[in-house]
Design a protein around this ligand. Sequence first.
Ligand SMILES: Cc1cc2nc3c(=O)[nH]c(=O)nc-3n(C[C@H](O)[C@H](O)[C@H](O)COP(=O)(O)O)c2cc1C
Length: 170
Amino acid sequence: MNYSIMFLSPTGNTEILANTVLNTLPLKNCVYFGGFNAEQAEKSDLVFVGFWTDKGTCNEETAEFLKNLKNKKIALFGTAGYGGAEYFDSIISRIKENIPSENEFIGSYMCKGKLTEETKERYIKELADGSKDKEHIELMLNNYEDALSHPDIKDLVNIRDFARNMYYFV
Ligand SMILES: Cc1cc2nc3c(=O)[nH]c(=O)nc-3n(C[C@H](O)[C@H](O)[C@H](O)COP(=O)(O)O)c2cc1C
C-alpha cells in the first residue's frame, strides 16, 4: 500500500507530527510529502491529512481539501492549542463532516500544540484592562503554559504508533 502525507502547519506544530509519520513508515511507499496536492492524492491509497485547529474544527484549507477526496483511505492528524479527549473528539467529528462518504475514514490522532506568543500577549492585555472574566483568562494562561512543551516526546511516540496502526493494521 502506498501513502501520502499532506498537511498545513503555519507555526510548525503539525509539521512535527507529519515528519514523525514520514520517519515511521517505509519511505519507498511514500508517494508525496508536503502541502495539499489533489493530483498526488489521486495516486495514493492512503492519505494522512494534517490540520491545525481553528475555531473548534480544522483550518479551512484542510476542510476544502477533504471535500474533494475520492475513494481514499483517510487518516487525520492534527494539533490544537487546548486539550482534552472530549474536545479532540468533538473536533474530529466536525472535521469528518467534510469527508465524502465514498472515502474510508480509518482513524485520527490529535495532541496539543503550543500557542503563539501573540495569544499570550492578548490574554495578558485582557487581564490588565479587565475586559474579560479574570478567572477565565487565568485558565487560558495556564493552558498556554501547559501547551508550550507540545508536541512533546510522548506525543511523538503516540503518533508513531498511530501511523503504524493506520498503515499496517487497518
Ligand atoms: C487564529 C487561530 C485560531 C485558533 N483556534 C483554536 C481553537 O479553536 N481551538 C484550539 O484548540 N486551538 C486553536 N488555535 C491553536 C492552534 O490550533 C494550535 O496552536 C496549533 O498547534 C497550531 O498548529 P501549527 O503549529 O501546525 O500551525 C488557534 C490558533 C490560531 C492562530
